[in-house]
Write a protein that binds this ligand. Structure first.
Ligand SMILES: CC(C)=CCC/C(C)=C/CC/C(C)=C/COP(=O)(O)OP(=O)(O)O
Length: 556
């Protein structure tokens, strides 16, 4: 039986520790609750193969009609099954993107708001920067969106989503966001219940910012109620979803067994126990079955990072954190004498985790990659210590100092490095070298993480001894109110999204799409976990996602 908050579980000592009242874990025994009752049957596998063949035929047949073909791609993406046809989709988009007649057809006055927005989204989502001038025809001579569009719910919804693919300087997309949001909020009160659910979901997390599996789950329910749905496509999506759910449950079991064997919950009682939520983080990074090994490793790493983060923020004193950091940076297995038992244990867990990965990489013939991963962990430790020193000196950093360190304290260098390690086909040593130079793609993802986390957690963190957040640092540097600082930091987070979009659409890309798209997926996790509040720390708020992705299958 777990205690009501982590701080009450910690044995008191003489030391004044910055303990946090984190809500306790709510998934008492994942091994039982998520266990798989029947493995996937042969019949099911055969069914999936035959449905896939039929859907492929549909796709091939639609090639004759490019707009229909793109609409089908969009449906495949939203239903979570496009990964089965990724090569075909990319090949088609490449052809269309270079085709003048096709582009003319999109600009053509015949195509409506829904169609143009949908085509725009599909291209941008796969890294093709379709120009924003495709939307010019929806404006009147005063430069405003035409009034009659305000009642076109489907068109507005699609334009609203499309506008999330904006890059710097694309003002028409910023205007579209404001225009669509206000009309969608109005339409909520008089649209059909079926559409209202979709509008509300989109206003909460627009599809381009959502975690793929969550979006898929929601879209399957919506699509099923659409009059014009395709029965084969729907069945394919459902069977595929349920099949992946079984895989996720097995993986979660493995992650939890590892956690339990290491006895991490009782060894580090002051820290958040977030096995299930960390696993969901990893599913957000990659949902496809081929990434099973990567998902398990990433989930374990998020768990470890949470323990490390809480050790710096909610347990260690500066006298302890300095030698702890030093032992991590030196990768010295015996450098922690004199530290509390739990910190010594954590140090041992971190070193073991990376040493094992390093060994595995050597065995795979990927010499040198594991070293980049260890170095990324050292970078984290340095950034965490810098924050801990600021706190111990009661020093509020300037915003510039904080932001510079925040790119590292967000841990996205380490998360991305670890996420690539086992992608043996795509992640060459060059990928790790490039990542270690902190390229713009990484800067944008890390800033999204740092700023969104601070926006969501600054009030909670003000209640305890905690280093100043981006908001406090902004107040200090610019002498503005907290409200104004919060507003400015929100604008910066949105700007980081624009930079990220820009980088995702830069061509040619230095590395294959599965590498580049990881930055997007990992940023989407942040958007969902930290949008209005920190749902990673408050598992009750994440519970519905866990249930719908891992516990309830879809009735076929
Ligand atoms: C910044 C961010 C969301 C990074 C994500 C990467 C990461 C470290 C994941 C695992 C641990 C975690 C949830 C930290 C955020 O905790 P927290 O809210 O206490 O973060 P803080 O101590 O850095 O403010």
């Amino acid at each position: 039986m777990e205690l009501k908050s982590n701080s009450s579980a910690v044995k008191r000592d003489e030391i004044d520790r910055p303990l946090a009242d984190f809500p306790v874990n709510i998934w008492a025994d994942p091994l039982t609750s998520f266990s798989v009752s029947h493995p996937e049957s042969e019949r099911n596998k055969e069914k999936l193969t035959s449905l896939k063949e039929t859907v492929k035929e549909l796709f091939m047949a639609s090639k004759e009609k490019p707009i229909e073909n793109i609409k089908l791609m969009d449906a495949l993406c939203r239903l979570g099954v496009s990964y089965h046809f990724e090569d075909e989709i990319l090949e088609q988009l490449e052809k269309m993107f270079g085709c003048h007649d096709f582009m003319q057809m999109i600009r053509d006055s015949e195509s409506d708001l829904y169609t143009v927005s949908l085509v725009f989204q599909v291209f941008r989502q796969f890294g093709y920067k379709l120009f924003v001038n495709v939307f010019d025809k929806f404006k009147n001579k005063d430069g405003d969106f035409k009034e009659h569009l305000a009642d076109d719910a489907r068109g507005l919804l699609c334009l609203y989503e499309a506008a999330h693919w904006s890059t710097h300087g694309e003002d028409i997309l910023d205007e579209a966001l404001t225009f669509c949001r206000s009309h969608l909020e109005r339409l909520v009160s008089w649209s059909s219940p079926h559409l209202v659910v979709r509008i509300k979901n989109a206003l909460k997390h627009a599809y381009p910012r959502g975690i793929s599996r969550i979006e898929t789950r929601q879209y399957i329910s919506y699509y099923e109620k659409e009059d014009a749905h395709d029965q084969i496509l729907l069945e394919f999506a459902k069977v595929d979803f349920n099949r992946l759910q079984i895989l996720y449950r097995e993986e979660l079991g493995q992650v939890y067994r590892w956690y339990k064997d290491l006895d991490l919950s009782s060894k580090l009682p002051y820290a958040r126990n977030r096995t299930v939520e960390s696993y969901l983080w990893a599913v957000g990074a990659y949902f496809e079955p081929c990434y099973s090994k990567e998902r398990i490793t990433l989930a374990k790493f998020i768990i470890i990072l949470t323990l490390v983060d809480d050790t710096y923020d909610a347990y260690g004193t500066i006298e302890e954190l300095e030698p702890f950091t030093d032992a991590l940076i030196r990768w010295n297995p015996s450098g922690t004498e004199g530290l509390p038992e739990n910190m010594r244990y954590l140090h041992h867990v971190v070193l073991n985790f990376f040493d094992k990965l390093d060994e595995d990489m050597e065995k795979e013939g990927k010499s040198g990659c594991g070293l980049y991963a260890k170095k990324s962990m050292m970078v984290n430790a340095r950034a965490y210590l810098r924050e801990a020193k600021w706190l111990s000196q009661d020093y509020v950093a300037t915003f510039d100092e904080y932001k510079e360190n925040g790119i590292y304290s967000a841990c996205y260098l380490a998360i991305l490095t670890v996420s690539f390690l086992e992608m043996v086909d795509e992640a060459t040593l060059d990928v790790f070298k490039w990542l270690s130079t902190i390229p713009p793609l990484l800067v944008s993802s890390a800033l999204i993480a740092r700023l969104c986390d601070d926006i969501a957690t600054s009030e909670f963190e003000r209640k305890r001894k905690h280093v100043g957040t981006a908001i406090d640092c902004y107040v200090k540097q610019y002498g503005v109110s907290r409200e104004k600082a919060l507003e400015e930091v929100k604008v910066m987070a949105l700007d980081s999204w624009k930079s990220l979009n820009q980088e995702l659409m830069t061509r040619p890309q230095p590395f294959p799409f599965p590498i580049i798209v990881r930055f997007l997926h990992l940023s989407r996790v942040i958007e969902v976990f930290y949008k209005d509040t920190d749902i990673f720390t408050q598992p009750e708020l994440m519970k519905d996602y866990v249930v719908s992705l891992f516990l309830e299958n879809i009735v076929i």
